[in-house]
Write a protein that binds this ligand. Structure first.
Ligand SMILES: [Zn+2]
Length: 253
Protein backbone atom coordinates (compact mmCIF):
# COMPACT_ATOMS: atom_id res chain seq x y z
CA UNK A 1 0.00 0.00 0.00
CA UNK A 2 1.26 3.47 -0.76
CA UNK A 3 2.33 5.79 2.02
CA UNK A 4 -0.44 6.50 4.50
CA UNK A 5 -1.44 10.06 5.29
CA UNK A 6 -2.67 11.03 8.78
CA UNK A 7 -5.95 12.95 8.91
CA UNK A 8 -6.64 16.11 10.92
CA UNK A 9 -10.26 17.21 11.24
CA UNK A 10 -10.56 20.99 11.71
CA UNK A 11 -13.35 22.44 13.78
CA UNK A 12 -14.58 26.00 13.14
CA UNK A 13 -11.85 28.45 14.15
CA UNK A 14 -10.33 31.79 13.44
CA UNK A 15 -6.92 33.39 13.08
CA UNK A 16 -6.46 36.98 14.19
CA UNK A 17 -4.04 39.89 13.99
CA UNK A 18 -2.55 41.63 17.03
CA UNK A 19 -4.86 44.56 16.28
CA UNK A 20 -7.98 42.37 16.40
CA UNK A 21 -6.73 40.57 19.53
CA UNK A 22 -6.29 43.97 21.24
CA UNK A 23 -9.91 44.87 20.46
CA UNK A 24 -11.31 41.48 21.57
CA UNK A 25 -9.18 40.93 24.69
CA UNK A 26 -7.81 44.37 25.56
CA UNK A 27 -4.69 46.26 24.45
CA UNK A 28 -1.40 44.31 24.57
CA UNK A 29 -3.10 40.89 24.86
CA UNK A 30 -1.24 37.73 23.89
CA UNK A 31 -2.40 34.43 22.46
CA UNK A 32 -1.57 31.75 25.03
CA UNK A 33 -1.13 28.08 24.15
CA UNK A 34 -3.95 25.72 25.06
CA UNK A 35 -2.66 22.83 22.94
CA UNK A 36 0.02 22.53 20.27
CA UNK A 37 -1.28 21.40 16.90
CA UNK A 38 0.36 18.76 14.71
CA UNK A 39 1.84 21.33 12.28
CA UNK A 40 4.97 23.01 13.66
CA UNK A 41 4.36 26.40 15.33
CA UNK A 42 0.56 26.13 15.10
CA UNK A 43 -1.46 25.97 18.30
CA UNK A 44 -4.97 26.10 19.68
CA UNK A 45 -5.02 29.13 21.98
CA UNK A 46 -6.80 29.58 25.28
CA UNK A 47 -8.62 32.53 23.76
CA UNK A 48 -12.28 31.83 23.01
CA UNK A 49 -14.71 34.16 21.25
CA UNK A 50 -18.33 34.30 20.24
CA UNK A 51 -19.19 34.15 16.53
CA UNK A 52 -22.50 35.81 15.69
CA UNK A 53 -24.14 35.61 12.27
CA UNK A 54 -27.41 36.94 10.84
CA UNK A 55 -29.24 33.70 11.75
CA UNK A 56 -27.39 31.96 14.57
CA UNK A 57 -24.27 32.05 16.71
CA UNK A 58 -21.54 29.87 18.22
CA UNK A 59 -20.49 30.86 21.71
CA UNK A 60 -17.24 28.90 22.04
CA UNK A 61 -14.94 29.40 19.05
CA UNK A 62 -11.22 28.99 19.53
CA UNK A 63 -8.57 31.29 18.08
CA UNK A 64 -5.68 29.38 16.49
CA UNK A 65 -2.16 30.78 16.77
CA UNK A 66 0.20 32.08 15.78
CA UNK A 67 -0.93 35.64 14.98
CA UNK A 68 -1.47 36.39 11.29
CA UNK A 69 -1.45 39.48 9.07
CA UNK A 70 -5.19 39.17 8.40
CA UNK A 71 -8.18 37.94 10.36
CA UNK A 72 -9.22 34.58 8.83
CA UNK A 73 -12.36 32.66 9.75
CA UNK A 74 -12.90 29.03 8.75
CA UNK A 75 -16.27 27.35 9.18
CA UNK A 76 -17.92 24.22 7.78
CA UNK A 77 -20.91 24.31 5.43
CA UNK A 78 -23.18 23.32 8.32
CA UNK A 79 -21.71 26.11 10.49
CA UNK A 80 -22.29 28.60 7.67
CA UNK A 81 -25.93 27.50 7.40
CA UNK A 82 -26.38 27.84 11.18
CA UNK A 83 -24.80 31.31 11.15
CA UNK A 84 -26.81 32.37 8.09
CA UNK A 85 -23.91 33.27 5.81
CA UNK A 86 -22.69 32.03 2.41
CA UNK A 87 -18.89 32.09 2.43
CA UNK A 88 -16.92 30.83 -0.57
CA UNK A 89 -15.16 27.45 -0.57
CA UNK A 90 -11.37 27.39 -0.56
CA UNK A 91 -10.66 31.07 -0.90
CA UNK A 92 -11.05 34.17 1.18
CA UNK A 93 -13.45 36.55 -0.54
CA UNK A 94 -15.97 39.15 0.64
CA UNK A 95 -19.23 37.71 2.01
CA UNK A 96 -22.27 38.34 -0.22
CA UNK A 97 -23.72 41.87 -0.01
CA UNK A 98 -25.35 42.59 3.33
CA UNK A 99 -23.86 39.58 5.21
CA UNK A 100 -21.45 39.93 8.11
CA UNK A 101 -20.13 38.06 11.14
CA UNK A 102 -19.59 39.66 14.52
CA UNK A 103 -16.68 38.30 16.54
CA UNK A 104 -17.14 39.10 20.21
CA UNK A 105 -14.47 38.84 22.89
CA UNK A 106 -14.60 39.77 26.58
CA UNK A 107 -13.43 43.34 25.91
CA UNK A 108 -14.89 44.23 22.50
CA UNK A 109 -16.07 43.02 19.12
CA UNK A 110 -15.22 43.31 15.43
CA UNK A 111 -17.54 43.01 12.45
CA UNK A 112 -16.17 40.94 9.58
CA UNK A 113 -17.47 41.08 6.01
CA UNK A 114 -14.60 39.26 4.28
CA UNK A 115 -11.92 36.64 4.98
CA UNK A 116 -14.50 34.00 5.88
CA UNK A 117 -14.39 30.66 4.08
CA UNK A 118 -15.35 27.03 4.04
CA UNK A 119 -11.91 25.43 3.85
CA UNK A 120 -10.99 23.29 0.90
CA UNK A 121 -9.70 19.85 1.81
CA UNK A 122 -5.94 19.70 1.39
CA UNK A 123 -2.83 17.69 2.23
CA UNK A 124 0.21 19.29 3.82
CA UNK A 125 3.54 17.64 2.99
CA UNK A 126 7.23 18.37 2.58
CA UNK A 127 9.11 17.87 -0.67
CA UNK A 128 10.40 14.42 0.36
CA UNK A 129 6.82 13.20 1.00
CA UNK A 130 5.77 14.73 -2.34
CA UNK A 131 8.50 12.83 -4.16
CA UNK A 132 7.58 9.55 -2.47
CA UNK A 133 3.90 10.07 -3.26
CA UNK A 134 4.61 11.15 -6.84
CA UNK A 135 2.84 14.50 -6.52
CA UNK A 136 3.80 18.16 -6.53
CA UNK A 137 2.54 21.41 -5.03
CA UNK A 138 -0.99 22.39 -6.19
CA UNK A 139 -1.72 18.91 -7.60
CA UNK A 140 -5.25 17.63 -7.15
CA UNK A 141 -5.54 14.07 -5.84
CA UNK A 142 -8.15 11.53 -4.82
CA UNK A 143 -7.81 9.78 -1.47
CA UNK A 144 -9.49 6.86 0.23
CA UNK A 145 -9.54 5.78 3.90
CA UNK A 146 -6.65 3.41 4.62
CA UNK A 147 -8.71 0.75 6.32
CA UNK A 148 -12.29 -0.19 6.75
CA UNK A 149 -13.39 0.45 10.31
CA UNK A 150 -16.28 -0.90 12.31
CA UNK A 151 -18.93 -3.14 10.87
CA UNK A 152 -20.25 -2.81 7.33
CA UNK A 153 -23.22 -0.64 8.34
CA UNK A 154 -20.98 1.86 10.12
CA UNK A 155 -18.28 2.08 7.51
CA UNK A 156 -18.50 4.91 5.02
CA UNK A 157 -15.81 3.83 2.61
CA UNK A 158 -15.44 6.44 -0.07
CA UNK A 159 -13.12 8.32 -2.32
CA UNK A 160 -12.62 12.00 -1.60
CA UNK A 161 -11.77 13.85 -4.80
CA UNK A 162 -10.44 17.30 -5.49
CA UNK A 163 -7.94 17.27 -2.61
CA UNK A 164 -5.34 20.01 -2.98
CA UNK A 165 -1.66 19.14 -2.39
CA UNK A 166 0.31 21.81 -0.53
CA UNK A 167 4.07 21.30 -0.42
CA UNK A 168 6.29 23.23 1.96
CA UNK A 169 9.33 21.92 3.80
CA UNK A 170 7.93 23.18 7.12
CA UNK A 171 4.85 20.99 6.73
CA UNK A 172 4.30 17.60 8.32
CA UNK A 173 2.38 15.07 6.25
CA UNK A 174 -1.31 15.50 7.09
CA UNK A 175 -4.65 15.86 5.33
CA UNK A 176 -6.98 18.56 6.63
CA UNK A 177 -10.73 18.18 6.29
CA UNK A 178 -13.54 19.94 8.13
CA UNK A 179 -16.12 18.45 10.50
CA UNK A 180 -18.75 18.09 7.74
CA UNK A 181 -16.37 16.04 5.61
CA UNK A 182 -15.11 14.02 8.57
CA UNK A 183 -18.62 13.14 9.70
CA UNK A 184 -19.81 12.38 6.18
CA UNK A 185 -17.09 9.85 5.48
CA UNK A 186 -16.38 8.58 8.99
CA UNK A 187 -12.86 10.00 9.34
CA UNK A 188 -11.51 11.32 12.62
CA UNK A 189 -8.26 13.03 13.58
CA UNK A 190 -5.55 10.37 13.66
CA UNK A 191 -7.17 8.15 11.02
CA UNK A 192 -5.28 7.60 7.78
CA UNK A 193 -5.95 7.87 4.05
CA UNK A 194 -3.90 7.00 0.99
CA UNK A 195 -3.79 8.52 -2.46
CA UNK A 196 -5.66 6.38 -4.99
CA UNK A 197 -5.37 8.71 -7.96
CA UNK A 198 -3.06 11.59 -8.65
CA UNK A 199 -3.47 14.37 -11.14
CA UNK A 200 -1.25 12.33 -13.45
CA UNK A 201 -4.48 10.47 -14.14
CA UNK A 202 -3.63 6.94 -13.10
CA UNK A 203 -4.91 4.74 -10.33
CA UNK A 204 -2.47 3.11 -8.04
CA UNK A 205 -3.18 -0.46 -7.06
CA UNK A 206 -2.64 -0.49 -3.28
CA UNK A 207 -1.82 -4.22 -3.38
CA UNK A 208 0.69 -4.09 -6.21
CA UNK A 209 3.79 -2.86 -4.35
CA UNK A 210 3.65 -5.88 -2.02
CA UNK A 211 3.53 -8.37 -4.87
CA UNK A 212 6.69 -10.11 -6.04
CA UNK A 213 5.20 -11.92 -9.00
CA UNK A 214 2.94 -10.24 -11.55
CA UNK A 215 0.95 -12.75 -13.59
CA UNK A 216 -1.38 -12.40 -16.56
CA UNK A 217 -4.31 -12.65 -14.12
CA UNK A 218 -3.00 -9.61 -12.18
CA UNK A 219 -2.83 -7.65 -15.40
CA UNK A 220 -6.40 -8.67 -16.35
CA UNK A 221 -7.61 -7.58 -12.90
CA UNK A 222 -5.82 -4.25 -13.30
CA UNK A 223 -7.44 -3.71 -16.72
CA UNK A 224 -10.89 -4.48 -15.30
CA UNK A 225 -10.44 -2.19 -12.31
CA UNK A 226 -8.80 0.52 -14.42
CA UNK A 227 -5.66 0.31 -12.26
CA UNK A 228 -2.03 0.73 -13.20
CA UNK A 229 0.60 -1.60 -11.79
CA UNK A 230 3.67 0.11 -10.40
CA UNK A 231 6.69 -1.98 -11.27
CA UNK A 232 9.16 -1.98 -8.39
CA UNK A 233 12.68 -3.32 -8.20
CA UNK A 234 12.76 -7.07 -7.73
CA UNK A 235 9.30 -7.78 -9.15
CA UNK A 236 9.02 -10.71 -11.53
CA UNK A 237 6.62 -10.31 -14.45
CA UNK A 238 5.62 -13.43 -16.37
CA UNK A 239 6.03 -13.20 -20.18
CA UNK A 240 2.24 -13.40 -20.74
CA UNK A 241 1.69 -10.61 -18.19
CA UNK A 242 4.47 -8.64 -19.86
CA UNK A 243 2.77 -8.86 -23.29
CA UNK A 244 -0.74 -8.05 -22.07
CA UNK A 245 0.48 -5.24 -19.82
CA UNK A 246 2.36 -3.59 -22.65
CA UNK A 247 -0.63 -3.67 -24.99
CA UNK A 248 -2.87 -2.05 -22.38
CA UNK A 249 -0.16 0.28 -21.01
CA UNK A 250 -0.74 -1.04 -17.49
CA UNK A 251 2.80 -0.80 -16.17
CA UNK A 252 4.23 2.32 -14.55
CA UNK A 253 7.99 2.30 -13.99
ZN1 LIG B 1 -4.26 22.83 6.71
Amino acid sequence: MSKQIPVGVSNRHLHVTQEVLDILFGPGSDLTVYKDLYQKGEFASEQIVEMIGPRGKFSHVRILGKLRNNIQIEVSGTDAYHLGINPPVGKFAPLPEGQSLTIKGPKGSVVVTENVMIARRHIHMNSKDAEELGVKDQDIVFVSPAQEKGDKAESRICILGNVLVRVNDNFLLQMHIDTDEGNAVGLKTGDHVFIVQSSLGYYEDPKAPDKKLITESDVRQAILKKLKIHIKKGMIITPAAQDLGKIHKIFVY
